[in-house]
Ligand binder design. Sequence first.
Ligand code: SAH
Ligand code: SF4
Ligand code: F3S
Length: 483
Amino acid sequence: MYHEIDLEKIELKSEPPAKEPDRQYYFMAKCREWVREFEQKNGRSPLAFTQTFGCQMNARDSEKLTGILRKAGFVEAENEQADFVIYNTCTVRENANLKVYGHLGRLKHEKKQNPKMRIALCGCMMQEPEVVEKLKKSYRFVDLIFGTHNIFKFAELLAKTLESHEQIIDIWEGTEEIVEDLPALRKYPFKSGVNIMFGCNNFCSYCIVPYVRGRERSRKPEDILGEIKTLAEEGISEIMLLGQNVNSYGKTLKDPISFAELLRRVEEMEGIARIRFMTSHPKDLSPELIEVMKESRKICRHLHLPLQSGSTRILKAMNRKYTKEQYLELAERIRREIPDISLTTDIIVGFPGETEEDFLETLDVVQRVRYDNAYTFVYSKRTGTPAASMENQVPEAEVKSRFDRLLAVVQENARAQTARFADTVQEVLIEEVNEHDPSLLTGRMSNNLLVHFPGDPSLIGSIQKVRLESCKGFYYMGSLLPK
Ligand code: SAH
Ligand code: SF4
Ligand code: F3S
């Protein structure tokens, strides 16, 4: 996979090719031409700033955007004082949208200082027609707007934007297409996300993702394995397989394959030491997957298993397709089969019609599963989803109080669960120099916990043994063991 195409060999006088990804490489070469002219005029390379909102899927998409910008000759900027700014947006909850508008407000000011600056918006929020309407009307200073389905066309859109003074809008309603072999710039040299599927077919009643990301499409196993092989050759030792519901991976392929089977094949890849994946929908988690995880030497001891609610009644209204009992049984089984696993989850508080009794059911599941960590969210009404038009929206004060009570229990459990690894020796992937104390390194354990310990930055990217000495609530302080 990722066959580098030499931009210098592309003949820009001829028409752009129709075939992908060749067409995009042609436009990358066009952008590079623009960059050269810019350099001659300004005596420096143009700066580009990419900011990601939202989930790992978006983070991975942004790596593709920066990969293309870099290939065209842009240099990455640290902040919005740049020649090209792109926000890759999220719309899963209202506050994700508000953040983007907040940033745009400040960017408008920035553009007044530097009128030649180009501003682009892409990602999930752009798939909402109301958002695009608002941008068209009140945010004329935005130069380029595109969505999730045509992100592979970024080079082409960028080339157009650099030449034009009009606001360019290109939003697709959906796509069947998966364009392979485009460049990507990875944030870390030792770990990387790998998309295994796009979109979602589950239509949980509160969730906007299926509307903005489209129907579920799996990448072919050979493309995924090819990409992982290249990554391993480039020094990547940890990969995270990404999809909204990895447990339904491969079901719609011409030659169907299960997620568990894909994992078996990834396990065989030389050079890859750790495998993670995100996210698992409980309704599709197979016994085969538990088996594969149990036997694997490489799959990390961490499973993110979103609960959303502990009330069977609410789960039904959410269209989650499992009951409280089924979820508990699954979680208990996983804990029994893989005792050292960390279980984490997502929970929504205040879904329409949630009563105190429903909420207590959620607390009950949280107590019983003893999550190692949980992401808790206040329900946010998303236009166009079935839940948005449900009656009985829960009053804000009630939601706030439930949220605080839930968080207290979640944190108490997380502390106790974290503490259970005290005095053990763990293999950690050393990720960075500690943000607050440069004499320390930060490493991530297989179970996703962090440990900080004295060490030399040359160890970053390697896997080392670390003794966990003192538990500090949600993380550890430790010491490196000699090799
Ligand atoms: N595909 C993943 C989740 C993607 S969205 C899954 O099914 O688990 C990440 C999390 O955001 C969800 O798990 C859910 O807890 C939360 N979320 C999604 N829509 C929401 C909404 N309208 N209000 C509040 N939280 C929401
Ligand atoms: Fe949203 Fe449900 Fe799909 Fe997850 S599985 S992305 S929560 S619709
Ligand atoms: Fe947000 Fe889109 Fe991810 S809505 S959570 S960035 S799929």
